[in-house]
Design a protein around this ligand. Sequence first.
Ligand code: UDP
Ligand code: MG
Length: 335
Amino acid sequence: MLEPDPRGVPAQREPTLVSVVAPMHDEEGTVEAFYERVRTALENVPFELVLVDDASRDRTPQLLDSLADSDPRAKVLHLSRNFGHQAAITAGLEHASGDVVVMMDGDLQDPPEVIPRMLDRWREGAEVVFAVRQSRAGESWFKLATARWFYRFFARVTQLELRENAGDFRLLGRHALDAMLSMRERNRFLRGMSVWVGFPQAAVPYERDPRHAGETKYTLPRMVRFFLDAMTSFSWLPLQAATLLGFVFSIAAFLGLPLVIVARVIHIYVPGVSSILFVVLLLGGIQLITVGLIGEYVGRIYDEVKGRPLYLVRSTRNLGRPAGAEEHREGVMAP
Ligand code: UDP
Ligand code: MG
């Protein structure tokens, strides 16, 4: 189906340049296979690769550089230190020059062969096309269970229609991409942001592969961090829940007071230390949790207010500057 386009762009459009953005952190076993598979999958369309080396400690940087030397379509960004998955993707998105941009993991869990199908949806008028995992091979039951739980909880709390099992493997048209890059927040939950921007959205199903090589970099603490970032950047329901709890306990206290007085009057009142202790501990616990919750938000406000760049680039290849030139481009979006 063709979506009517308010900007008057012809309905059946062809991409001038497709940018494929992928972050790489210690992916030396995957770089070459990744390049080959993207090249084969996209042989019929003009494309560029924007590969972001998130301060890898293995041979990934050298492999990326030699890739850039052999093919000018491979653009490489070396970040000054490890900034993490979402920041690395953001760096790549900002340096992509295509009118269509695909963001995907650099470990070949997202098969490049799906991209042509995503492009078809874009040709039909979609601005955001997300790939939905039908299956996830080679991942632990723990990862699957936490992922499922996460999507359910997120949908309930934020009212943002995040499709279950749609990760960061997404295609964005220029309009959607520019809208996303104009969101300058530091705690970036990209898959939430790409839904938030709106525009016609479409889904493409695919089978998620196991990692090509290496190991997952999402350890449990990182997953918890990711979860908190996602929740706090799209909802203040946790703060409202704190208020609600406060009301519930205040009402309980007001109801309890007359009971105590009646008990006193008819002499059935027994001074109970343990019950008082229980209430004090319970309330103390809830208060601490609430303060901690507020702290999560305040910490993030502090982070945002400092306005530090999202990432720093150490050097680039094939990005229009002398190869390997030292530079410090800030990872803040151009105004
Ligand atoms: N990654 C990154 N920086 C990091 C951690 C991961 O750029 O600090 C990249 C990694 O190379 C991979 C992608 O992000 O291409 C997804 O990471 P991973 O496969 O470890 O996560 P999972 O698929 O297990 O959720
Ligand atoms: Mg992976």
